[in-house]
Design a protein around this ligand. Structure first.
Ligand SMILES: Cc1cc2nc3c(=O)[nH]c(=O)nc-3n(C[C@H](O)[C@H](O)[C@H](O)COP(=O)(O)OP(=O)(O)OC[C@H]3O[C@@H](n4cnc5c(N)ncnc54)[C@H](O)[C@@H]3O)c2cc1C
Length: 379
């Protein structure tokens, strides 16, 4: 691969070794692009986050050479049911040619780390915080701090994949606008000897309860809390779920739920010269619907192609990446805002209207279209 300027340290510097930055690094490394990844952590991120892998995300994972490993470890979701007030309103099946896989983010992340180490053993620089990124016109300058010393790297391109709280996005002046959809949730992954292969969404009057099977005999329970986003004791989590679904959930009051706020934001721009935002740094998509990481992976595939073309041509035209990334993020945010509205507390005519809509989406006429929506068809 041609390097734009022979004095540069690297072709591409990726900032952030989350699942999205890592996938991009794998895609570039396997094409022979000289890529390094600067990651401020030097240990694994302990948070429990994404579990759902949709067909467009799986396509990119396969492209990076980890599709088989992910399929082997993941649970395949056969479909999902939407319930309200004790009745099943809709049931969707996911066809085998468009599988939805379930694998905790920490495992997917570990598989991507292994793949990058195999492709380029020295690519990942752990414990290396990027303090500043500057577009110099013909190259980029990146100021890094590895705990012992500060130094500068130069590269043809920098990719800022430093997550939703990106410090570099603000410094680059790329903006961060709030989009519709916001609520607090509590979530717990609990042992369950028989998790099955179906997701169940309870969209009743008091708000959403989601139940997802996890590989290895576990289930994820998610409870919508509205404005309340503080810590939630296990006994309250359990009692609230029991009240909403009409039966005791199969876990004890000693469960330790984590609370999170699902919100949506979009960067004002995702490219500045030779610097591109990627993944959650570019768009925050509500976890309800499980699209954020998958969308980031699709963006990574698009960006890998754009960077390779730019390196080959010796230019820095990332406009197509910018346009398509912003458009697909807006679409995903509209879908997530819709899913969140379906799980908001409701009564009276709003509840009846919502139940009728969900029934219609599960009807013979619309079921395939609805399954396509949920599995990110067209992304
Ligand atoms: C509860 C929950 C459930 C979710 N479920 C799903 C799901 O089912 N499906 C789905 O698709 N998505 C889901 N998501 C979203 C998904 O977790 C994110 O979209 C994904 O983690 C984004 O990956 P990323 O690589 O862009 O950012 P991150 O994972 O945030 O990684 C950013 C990395 O950058 C590093 N970093 C930050 N600043 C610097 C710096 N200055 N220098 C060097 N390194 C830096 C950080 O340490 C971090 O490792 C969920 C999110 C949550 C909270």
């Amino acid at each position: 691969m041609a390097i734009t300027d022979p004095v540069l340290d690297h072709d591409v510097v990726v900032i952030g070794a989350g699942p999205v930055g890592l996938l991009l690094a794998c895609l570039l490394a396997q094409e022979g692009v000289d890529t390094v990844v600067c990651e401020r952590r030097d240990a694994v991120d302990p948070r429990s986050r994404a579990i759902g892998i949709h067909p467009p995300g799986l396509r990119e994972l396969a492209e990076a050479g980890v599709g088989t490993a992910v399929r082997t470890e993941a649970l395949t979701l056969s479909g999902g049911e939407v319930r309200s007030r004790g009745r099943v309103l809709a049931a969707l099946a996911f066809p085998p040619e468009r599988p939805v896989l379930v694998l905790p983010q920490q495992r997917t992340h570990a598989l991507l780390l292994d793949r990058l180490a195999e492709l380029s053993p020295t690519a990942l620089h752990g414990g290396c915080t990027v303090r500043a990124v500057r577009d110099e016109g013909r190259f980029v300058r990146i100021r890094v701090d590895d705990g012992h010393r500060r130094r500068e790297l130069t590269a043809a391109f920098a990719v800022v994949a430093d997550g939703v709280r990106s410090g570099l996005r603000g410094e680059l002046g790329l903006g961060w606008r709030r989009r519709a959809g916001r609520s607090g949730y509590a979530m717990a992954d609990v042992p369950d000897p028989d998790p099955g292969s179906q997701a169940v969404l309870h969209c009743g009057p008091d708000g959403l309860v989601e139940v997802f099977p996890l590989p290895g005999g576990r289930r994820r329970w998610v409870l919508r809390r509205g404005r309340d986003a503080g810590a939630m004791p296990g006994d309250r989590f359990r009692a609230e779920i029991a009240a909403r679904i009409g039966e005791d959930p199969p876990f004890g009051a000693d469960v330790e739920p984590v609370s999170f706020v699902a919100a949506q934001h979009l960067a004002g721009a995702v490219v500045r010269g030779r610097v591109a935002l990627l993944g959650d740094a570019a768009h925050e998509i509500s976890p309800i619907g499980g699209q954020g990481m998958n969308l980031g992976w699709v963006d990574a595939g698009r960006l890998a192609r754009a960077l390779r073309a730019g390196l080959d041509r010796g230019d820095a035209d990332l406009r197509d990446y910018a346009r398509r990334t912003l458009r697909s993020a807006r679409d995903a945010q509209r879908r997530s805002a819709f899913y969140m509205a379906m799980g908001a507390p409701a009564d009276g005519i709003v509840l009846h209207g919502r139940e009728a809509l969900i029934r219609a989406l599960g009807s013979d006429a619309l079921r395939d279209w609805a399954a396509g929506l949920v599995t990110m068809r067209g992304v």
